[in-house]
Design a protein around this ligand. Structure first.
Ligand code: WQD
Length: 331
């Protein structure tokens, strides 16, 4: 098979491209390079610069590379920005997906993996979120992922495409420093950024109904997430997943902001205490996956733990912020 990976030069996409190539799959990457970085990809992986909104380009790429399966990651992914620019988010995330699915159906491609998000669930009051937990997204971003899932399943049924939607929980870490996330939009890079500036990391609320009062999340190493895509692609290729499948991708283990910051202090050597600030509007107290279904249906489970996640993220951070190393512990 040959797999098209959209968003293939992105933080997660490049990990997926690399994991699939290393496992012997043929891969071609598509990326508009709005946030993607070509250097994340080895020279052996062809990279086409372009958008999933460009139907003609998609048709050409699918034909020229004889693509037989698609892993679709290209999307806008900032929750706050989606509140300010909902039309753009629907256009790019849902419109881009519709254009891609039209090209996929036209080319007779029968296997499709879609990058979804725990953001589809919103703020559910459950200990472990299963795939049957009701979806009540709290942002236009989450809405575009949920609408995307509906579209993927409907197109799959109509055009005979077997589909897998992967609902990612909180992704962190890097398989190699040069593949690291360069954005400062999630808690791990945000804490690194504060430390690098000589400031304390911020805890957004310590009065949640959780064991230590801080928000609890299910953090997943990006290399494990990439392996989940490989597992989905393999199961589709082998015909062991048919129809549609939607699964959570997490570790099934809750980690609080305080626990995370303790680990970040140990790894960075900068153990200054965090400062507590007000809750961030819209944040859930707890969001932890049941990872059971992914184990059963994809034969996948996470292998890497919190320390490996934080250590690899820190190595990636140091590559782009050498001044962080120069500061030294507790500087
Ligand atoms: C994690 C925890 C914060 C920063 C978002 C999106 C989700 C997905 C991943 C997708 C929370 C706390 C954070 C800080 C803190 N996006 N926090 N201090 O909000 O769980 O998920 O990113 O592509 O859809 O909603 O992730 O990393 O922002 O926050 O205390 O400086 O850390 O309150 O409990 P979140 P996050």
């Amino acid at each position: 098979m040959t797999w098209l990976i959209t968003g293939g030069a992105g933080y997660i996409g490049a990990h997926v491209a690399r994991a699939m190539t290393e496992a012997g799959e043929r891969v071609v990457a598509l990326d508009d390079l709005s946030t993607g970085v070509p250097d994340r990809l080895p020279a052996s992986i062809p990279l086409v610069q372009g958008s999933s909104l460009d139907g003609e380009l998609l048709k050409r790429v699918l034909a020229e590379h004889a693509v037989t399966g698609v892993v679709h990651l290209a999307a806008r992914k900032q929750v706050g920005e989606s509140v300010e620019q909902p039309v753009r988010y629907y256009q790019e995330n849902v419109g881009g997906l519709a254009t891609l699915l039209e090209a996929v159906a036209g080319a007779g491609i029968e296997r499709f993996v879609f990058s979804s998000s725990a953001a589809v669930y919103g703020n559910p009051d459950v200990d472990l979120i299963t795939e049957d937990t009701p979806c009540v997204p709290m942002s236009p971003y989450g809405e575009t992922k949920l609408a995307g899932e509906w579209l993927v399943r409907a197109a799959g049924r109509a055009h005979g495409i077997a589909t897998v939607c992967l609902r990612y929980f909180n992704v962190a870490g890097a398989a190699a420093p040069e593949l690291a996330d360069t954005g400062v939009f999630n808690v791990v890079p945000m804490a690194f950024d504060r430390l690098t500036r000589g400031e304390s990391p911020r805890v957004f609320g310590d009065d949640y109904p959780t064991p230590d009062g801080t928000g609890v999340r299910d953090y997943i190493h990006v290399a494990d997430l990439a392996d989940a895509h490989l597992a989905a692609a393999r199961r589709l290729a082998e015909g062991r997943v048919t129809g549609d499948l939607t699964v959570n991708i997490g570790r099934g283990e809750g980690v609080s902001v305080r626990e995370l910051f303790t680990l970040i202090g140990e790894v960075s050597g900068d153990t200054r205490p965090a400062v507590v600030e007000a809750r961030r509007p819209g944040d859930a107290p707890r969001a932890v996956a049941s990872a059971r279904l992914a184990g059963e249906r994809l034969g996948w489970s996470a292998r890497r733990g919190m320390r490996e996640m934080v250590e690899s993220a820190w190595q990636g951070w140091l590559l782009h912020h050498p001044e962080a190393a120069a500061r030294g512990a507790g500087a």
